[in-house]
Design a protein around this ligand. Structure first.
Ligand code: NAP
Length: 491
């Protein structure tokens, strides 16, 4: 690794979380010869977001072959955009194939992670204790459901649940079902349920721009060809079209006047005009902010779904929830048997509520009191050998987070190599480099399309986009080789 010749030191690693990123870290560590690796998982099985979400219509709007580990191609994806359960099975298969199960402790939520005497002391909810030289926090982003602060919510007499806590025992067919929220989740649920409930009401606080997409199933012949020739899978996974789309998308995000964002705007406006026949419904569904300000929604069938006779779109604000249903601000009561809260997640939690104390008892909760931050989304000053995957200020958008995590791992393993090679015992970004990065990042983030005048989970408490504000290529370049002068190497 990077021409390092000095004697290697055997390190112990703890990985927190067995979602996509935790599994990736474990496999990569084992592949590079590390034997001391333990994973802790709060739930009883792997999967992260794909375990937590089981709602009808769950699928990934990133092309399936691009949403796949580079080292574990999958010729068997059934369609261009894969359904959630298929993605969960894929991760379970990879987890098994690489023998990560024997390293994993399930039902063990890490509650404390404290840096003492040059090592991380880890404690779990189940009473386990561990000591690690290096901690990889792969805890995910969207896993704490956001329950809306709607008056009377607790008084609802019917069945009520959050989209990420779907209650499959609740019958929906023929009943009156209300879905609150029209992010990617609410849109997928409504599109999937249409035709089953007797009445399906979609409550929208802010309409969304919808990008049309075709989700074409792969034919048996195509799948057979993928199985026979791995080169074909590679081509499908990471081809020029995908890369061009990712580049074009990130260029659109960072430059509000770009031809790329104007192109996206033209497509979504055209989609609305051409797809929605009734002018009243069309105006209800027309957002008053720019496309891609919120995470852009890709849907092949949402506009068709909302024109079904059993579906109603309600854009009047919600006054309160009553035992019988939802009363909107125009005084109308919308009677419901089932209320689904597709109201998103508390996106600023990351590793929390875990207690994480760095050098000298520095509390991560205090460091992140204003906004969660990490240098290049990976390292935090005074939290040595503590590295985040998909941490705060990383790239978010309509592209594969697996690709992002793999690039972050390339970076992290080069930091680990410094410790292994005996160049230091502890490595973390310097406070100066962190401040410099945050200042530049915030300045650039304020110019992105995410800050162009809408609300979304991309924004922090001060309304600043909490994401990577530069191009995809710049991210790829930064991740390829760490600039070590940004880091403090101690010991
Ligand atoms: P979200 O995008 O945060 O959407 C939450 C929705 O709930 C919004 O429509 C929001 O309205 C509404 N809402 C929140 N509080 C409300 C309240 N008090 N009253 C009324 N409405 C309220 O959440 P999400 O749809 O679960 O998606 C989160 C993210 O998960 C996505 O952006 C995406 O990154 C990921 N995801 C990805 C896929 C995929 O296919 N790859 C699928 C699903 C989810 P406002 O817009 O007015 O705030």
């Amino acid at each position: 690794m990077n021409g390092i010749k000095a004697k290697k030191r055997e390190l112990r690693f703890v990985i927190i979380g067995t979602g996509m990123a935790g599994i990736l870290a474990a496999i990569r560590l084992r592949q590079s010869g590390h034997r001391q690796v333990a994973l802790y998982e709060k739930a009883d099985r792997i999967g992260g977001t794909w375990r937590e979400n089981t709602y009808p219509g769950l699928n990934c709007d990133v092309p399936a072959h691009a949403y796949t580990y580079s080292f574990a191609p999958n010729p068997n994806w059934s369609s261009y955009l894969a359904p959630g359960p298929e993605i969960q099975s894929y991760f379970e298969g990879v987890f098994k194939e690489y023998g990560i199960g024997e390293l994993t402790h399930f039902n063990q939520e890490v509650t404390r992670c404290v840096f003492e005497n040059g090592a991380w002391q880890i404690a779990t909810s189940g009473g386990l204790k561990d000591t690690a030289d290096v901690v990889i926090a792969a805890t995910g982003v969207l896993h704490h459901p956001n329950y809306p602060d709607i008056p009377g919510l607790e008084t609802f007499a019917g069945a009520k649940f959050h989209s990420a806590r779907w209650d499959h025992s609740v019958p929906l067919d023929g009943r009156r079902v209300g879905i609150v929220g029209n992010g990617s989740t609410g849109v997928q649920i409504v599109s999937a349920l249409v035709g089953r409930p007797g009445k399906l009401i979609h409550f929208q606080r802010s309409p969304q721009w919808i990008m049309p997409v075709e989700n074409i199933p792969y034919t048996e012949e195509q799948i057979a060809a993928f199985r026979a020739d791995p080169a074909l899978v590679d081509k499908e996974r990471y081809n020029e079209t995908y890369l061009t789309n990712v580049r074009s998308f990130t260029d659109a995000i960072i430059d509000c006047d770009s031809a790329q964002i104007k192109g996206i705007e033209a497509v979504v406006k055209d989609n609305l005009e051409k797809s929605i026949k009734d002018p009243i419904l069309r105006e209800k569904l027309r957002p008053n902010y720019r496309a891609a300000c919120k995470r852009l929604i890709y849907s092949p069938d949402y506009y068709q779904a909302v024109q079904h006779p059993d579906v109603a779109v309600v854009v009047e604000g919600i006054e309160r929830v009553e035992p019988e249903g939802i009363r909107t601000k125009d005084g109308v009561l919308h009677p419901l048997d089932v209320l689904v809260l597709a109201t998103g997640f508390k996106a600023d939690r990351f590793v929390r509520p875990m207690t994480v104390l760095g050098r000298g008892g520095m509390d991560l909760d205090q460091v992140w009191a204003k906004r969660p931050k990490a240098y290049l989304a990976i390292s935090i000053p005074e939290f040595p050998n503590f590295f985040l995957l998909n941490g705060p200020t990383g790239p978010v958008g309509n592209f594969s987070l697996i690709d992002i995590a793999e690039r972050q791992w390339t970076y992290i393993e080069q930091l680990i190599a410094q410790i292994e090679a005996g160049r230091c015992r502890e490595i973390s970004v310097s406070a100066e480099a962190m401040d410099d990065y945050e200042q530049r990042r915030i300045a650039a983030a304020k110019k992105t399309i995410f800050a162009s005048g809408c609300t979304s989970w991309y924004l922090d408490a001060e309304g600043v986009p909490a994401s990577w504000p530069w191009s995809y290529d710049r991210f790829a370049e930064e991740m390829a080789t760490p600039k070590l002068d940004a880091f403090e190497l101690v010991g």
